[in-house]
Design a protein around this ligand. Sequence first.
Ligand code: NAP
Length: 483
Amino acid sequence: MSRAYRVGIIGSGFGGLAVAAELLRHGHTDLRLWERGDAVGGVWRDNTYPGAACDVPSPLYSFSFAKETGWSKRYAGQPEILAYLQRVADDLGITERVRLRTSVVAATWDEETRTWRVDLEGPDGPGTDEVDVLVSAVGQLSEPTVPAIPGAESFAGTAFHSARWDHDADLSGRVAVVGCGASAIQFVPHLADSARRVTVFQRSANYILPKPDGTFRDWYRRFIPAERPAFYEVAEQFSKGLDDRSPVNKINKVVAEAHLRLRVRDPELRARLTPDYPIGCKRILFSNTFYPAVARPHVDVVTDAIAAVEPTGVRTADGRLHEADTLVWGTGFAAQDFLSTVTVTGAGGRVLAEQWADGARAYQGIHVPGFPNLFVCYGPNTNLGGSSIIVMLEAQAHAMRLALDEMRRRGAERVEVTPAAEQAWDDEVQGELAHSAWAHCDSWYRHPVSGRITSNWPGGTKPFVARTRELDTAAFAWDGAPA
Ligand code: NAP
């Protein structure tokens, strides 16, 4: 009788569910998930701001094993995506394995028992658990950040981060928005509809492409899954275009510039909305509503640097005070602090955060030398600048399952990537990334100190899927011995 491994998954967003589904499908059923929130869903549970939607078409932004014909429109909104995730979790028997309101605060490898001890903070206080294999699926965009702007705490009105939207806040007065990224361009048009004045503080302008959105009619619904391969191929080209050697970005730039010219007639505003960095370096955004919103007379785009937040508003470096009743931080996430909410201690007492001090790195984004039986989902260099992250998550889930299958086949208690295999992988990925659009400016894709691009995978998803399809057993030590 082959051995059953106890697997624990931290997080129940798209990543955690992808791994759970893959393991269950292949007979690894001793599975538990710890979820700090009060429902499954990850970022799609947390980001409830008005207008929250995916900028990847839903026929592609969904699991390959749970194709959906119910989407109301091509780019589904957050409530629909969350409902889809929760339905999939229910249907596959995952929900019943999730321990809600339970945060993993620490995980410690025990060499003697070859297990992970997991420290939890749950509804009944602290607790511990023990598993043979630990999967982190905490995501890259789950920890909201508010920048250290002087006086940030002093604001007298209501202030909140976009990922913790205050649905009781009065948004009819003067609203200030700090940040102008993927989230802000979705909620600013809604604020413009409700507020008397909206002031958007934009540090960097974005390249924004039109979004080919549309409502799905009833008769068309059964064809929704058929859109998946077409969007996949387009997204693949888009991702490959985020490379200096590709002409695709040049086309994207022409389209983005034409989009701006067409939608914003005021040359002065247009100048403020024109990016000053190469296209693709920060995430290319999609919206049909942002430009019309900021062109409205009661909406301002302020590009002067913020000097301080004061009780009554935001003061810019030119000395002006921009008064506001409500302040929304659209300032993104601590994406570089991979796994920062969990103190992970591996073999020999090494601490993951210390090992990753110059930027996270991992073989296939999954396996870290010195951390046996730890699999990281949506880990370093697995994010995309285009296309559906779910393709990447499923590929990683597949790779993890292969490693677990191999452990079972060998009856192994311990699997650990070799330092040489991880180094070779990292050299290759970083070599490719040197040609990428992301090498040309600062963004959340790069480590703030070392400058390493630690979030993104270079190019399309196909090479990643191909590289993770089979397990290279020689890349690992099994029970401490090389393969
Ligand atoms: P973001 O893209 O990181 O944007 C943060 C914004 O805050 C940027 O405009 C940034 O300016 C600004 N900012 C940060 N610190 C600042 C400071 N000290 N002073 C002034 N401005 C500051 O965050 P996000 O919009 O929440 O999106 C994060 C990621 O989530 C996206 O890139 C995307 O991957 C994902 N997302 C996806 C969707 C979707 O439709 N699929 C929707 C929302 C979010 P700089 O650009 O100058 O740094």
